[in-house]
Unconditional design. Structure first.
Length: 368
């Protein structure tokens, strides 16, 4: 089984496929985030019905709760959550390093205190591989340090050296032929450090590569700058994953630069606050203007929510604090993102990416 194959290119944009033991993933792909072994408010059947091919799990949270003893007894994350398609897990590094006052970094790994009960834990590049192996991840990430923004250059230089050393240890330790380990490009907002990161990681010959250390508070202009510096120069024969970035406008931008994979909590997070994507842009169904609006959230949308419920009804659900409202908006936003990826993939195969992008944004208005 060939792990990765480029099927068609239009300029830098790529339509590819990734093959795992749990199924094939067509790219460009948006991966809904299932932090705690669930995509919030969704069942696996909901996700299957919308055509979800892969979801993302969070190593840090699952390591702490339910813990690896329970995960082993359950037979891994797929069985635990009744999901039989691919799962990508991050390393937990982002979460650990966001606990800046509760963790200590050493060359060996990172010691941290649980945000749940204050218990001390120690993660190493090797133990993170063991955890993700217990989870049964199809695609794993190396342990990396994700510097905040802003940060002093000296700190980012030292952080990068540590991340590269950890990546080498993880690459040497990972032996599975049923999971695939990705290296993570770091370097902050410094082009030369990004280039150094790529040069060293590419020597290690990972099955895939991620652009990390973006979407950490630096704003879209700097996120896009990081994409420009990395994506076009990543190996042609390996998947390219942009971590934690995934609004419609971000995806259109990054696919054009050669990115294949995206994850982001934003579409589901805003849905739980009543904000939904439509072909004309983002709206909030909680607003008073929708009190007597008996149209679907996004007229013409094929999702279950839009086929069966109105803006007025969903607004009512939010006003009365009924959970069904959040469930319907979440389902819709995931469906919207998945159909967006279908549209983008089709435009690549048809060699009309710019035209499709122009048509999309002729209707879709960005929020100011």
């Amino acid at each position: 089984m060939e792990f990765f194959k480029v099927l068609h290119k239009y300029k830098l944009a790529r339509a590819c496929e990734i093959n795992t033991v749990h199924g094939t993933i067509k790219t460009p792909v948006f991966m809904p985030v299932g932090t705690q072994a669930t995509v919030k408010l969704m069942t696996p059947e909901d996700m299957y019905s919308m055509g979800t091919e892969i979801i993302l799990g969070n190593t840090y949270h699952l390591f702490l709760r339910p813990g690896m003893d329970i995960m082993k007894k359950a037979g891994g994350l797929h069985k635990f959550m009744n999901w039989n398609r691919p799962i990508l897990t991050d390393s937990g590094g982002f979460q650990v390093f966001s606990l800046s006052q509760f963790r200590k970094i050493t060359p060996d790994g990172v010691k941290f205190k649980s945000h749940i009960d204050g218990a001390e834990h120690f993660l190493t590049p090797e133990s993170v591989i063991d955890i993700q192996t217990t989870l049964g991840s199809d695609i794993m990430m190396v342990l990396d340090e994700c510097p905040p923004y802003p940060a002093e250059r000296k700190y980012i230089e030292e952080s990068l050296d540590l991340t590269l050393a950890w990546a080498k240890r993880a690459r040497d330790y990972h032996k599975s032929d049923t999971s695939f380990l990705f290296g993570i490009i770091q370097g902050g907002v410094h082009r030369d450090l990004r280039e150094k990161s790529m040069e060293e990681l590419f020597k290690m010959d990972f099955p895939g590569y991620s652009i990390g250390g973006v979407s950490v508070g630096e704003g879209k202009e700097l996120i896009y700058q990081g994409v420009d510096w990395c994506a076009p120069f990543m190996p042609e024969n390996k998947p390219r994953y942009l971590m934690g970035v995934g609004t419609p406008e971000d995806i259109w931008y990054a696919v054009e630069k050669g990115v294949d994979m995206f994850d982001c909590v934003f579409p589901t997070r805003i849905a739980r606050n009543g904000a939904v994507y439509t072909k004309e842009g983002q709206i909030s169904v909680r607003n008073g203007e929708y009190k007597e609006d008996f149209r679907p959230m996004d007229p013409g949308c094929g999702c279950y929510a839009c086929q069966n419920y109105t803006r007025a009804y969903i607004r009512h659900l939010f006003n009365t604090h009924e959970l069904l409202g959040m469930r319907l908006t979440t389902l819709h936003n995931i469906y919207f993102m998945l159909r967006l990826m279908d549209l983008i993939r089709k435009s690549i195969f048809e060699d009309r990416y710019e035209k499709a992008k122009e048509e999309f944004f002729s209707l879709y208005k960005l929020r100011s």
